[in-house]
Design a protein around this ligand. Structure first.
Ligand SMILES: O=C(O)c1cccc(C(=O)CC[C@H]2O[C@@H](n3cnc4c(=O)[nH]cnc43)[C@H](O)[C@@H]2O)c1
Length: 252
């Protein structure tokens, strides 16, 4: 499978690349290739001589927020002469405590633009109800479950939740906002800031998308001291080591 992984920042891309480098049979990463806006894309995995077990994974840090992420993903998609089979939005995230805890992983079964719409006296109206656009992208059927199964089992052994990942332009920092989002999206397992933007770029190129997030903090009142970014980056590395040796070598 030819895979493009899009993170927000370099620390996330480095964790993904480190995991891919750990994957058994991986060839060393190639030198980063330049993209517009100072971005670079790095080939982190080239695996398998046999046609049935070939894998290639490129990694780009597109930028923080849905707009930067969409641009970063689109630049990488445009630069690759042979189409990718899958785009993966990846990075750290806030976990909704009913579903996901810091140190665990979330795999999106829906990538949802949670603040794309309009406020109204009766509540939030998504763009679909306004009559234009879309606020949800879905991964290929069964893919989120396949990824979750791969990273749950040993040797990765990560706690994994499958559910919608919300894309927001503002990090949630109050109990009221957390409750509002959870009320509108009761199955939401995590919130982050890029997935829907990455999905829009992938859709423009006709490439399927999925989102994989390692939970660094709980969605709720802002408590910066409680963020476990190191643990989340370690979980991201573990997840991509396993994915580089399993799902990314398979057919979609
Ligand atoms: O210190 C803060 O309160 C703060 C305010 C704004 C942004 C940050 C970030 O660290 C950037 C967020 C970055 O990481 C992802 N992320 C991680 N946790 C969350 C979350 O709870 N809600 C939304 N995004 C989150 C996000 O995808 C960004 O790339 C810190």
């Amino acid at each position: 499978m030819r895979v493009l992984v899009v993170t927000a920042v370099a620390a996330e891309a480095d964790a993904v690349l480190a995991g891919l480098a750990d994957a058994p049979g991986a060839a060393p990463a190639t030198a980063p290739r330049p993209l517009p806006g100072g971005r670079t894309v790095t080939r982190g995995l080239r695996a398998g001589d046999a046609p049935e077990a070939q894998g290639l994974v490129d990694v780009v840090a597109g930028g923080v927020g849905p707009a930067a992420a969409a641009v970063g993903a689109a630049c990488a998609l445009a630069a690759e002469p042979v189409p990718y089979d899958l785009v993966v939005a990846a990075g750290i995230a806030g976990g909704f405590p009913a579903h996901a805890r810091p140190g665990g992983l979330v795999v999106a079964d829906a990538l949802v633009a949670a603040d794309l719409g309009a406020q109204a006296p009766e509540g939030f109206l998504p763009v679909e109800e306004l009559g234009f656009g879309r606020s949800v992208h879905l991964p290929p059927p069964g893919l989120a479950a396949r990824i979750a199964a791969a990273v749950t089992h040993p040797p990765a052994g990560l706690p994994v939740a499958v559910g919608p990942v919300l894309t927001v332009a503002t990090v949630t920092g109050t109990a009221a906002r957390a409750a509002e989002l959870a009320g509108r999206h009761p199955r939401a397992a995590a919130e982050a800031m890029e997935g829907f933007g990455v999905a829009e770029a992938a859709a423009a190129y006709g490439v399927p998308v999925v989102e994989v997030r390692a939970v660094s903090n709980t969605v709720g009142p802002r408590d910066r001291a409680a963020w476990r970014i190191g643990d989340a980056l370690a979980a991201l590395r573990t997840a991509f080591r396993t994915l580089g040796a399993t799902v990314f070598l398979e057919k979609l």
